[in-house]
Ligand binder design. Structure first.
Ligand code: ZN
Length: 56
């Protein structure tokens, strides 16, 4: 899981909006553009090329 204080400073690289951690702690989702960024070894991969899209 990503610590909340770290989450607070992370933003989506596409639209600079806050990210929310998914329940499994293995990805971060942008509420604005619906991109989902992977988290590997507790390190968020905030690269647009690595993101998937979750429209739900
Ligand atoms: Zn975004």
């Amino acid at each position: 899981m990503i610590p909340q204080d770290l989450l607070d400073i992370l933003v989506c690289p596409a639209c600079k909006k806050p990210l929310v951690q998914k329940e499994n702690g293995e990805s971060l989702k942008c509420g604005e553009c619906k991109r989902v960024y992977p988290v590997r070894d507790n390190i968020p991969i905030l690269l647009i090329d690595e993101a998937t899209t979750d429209p739900t």
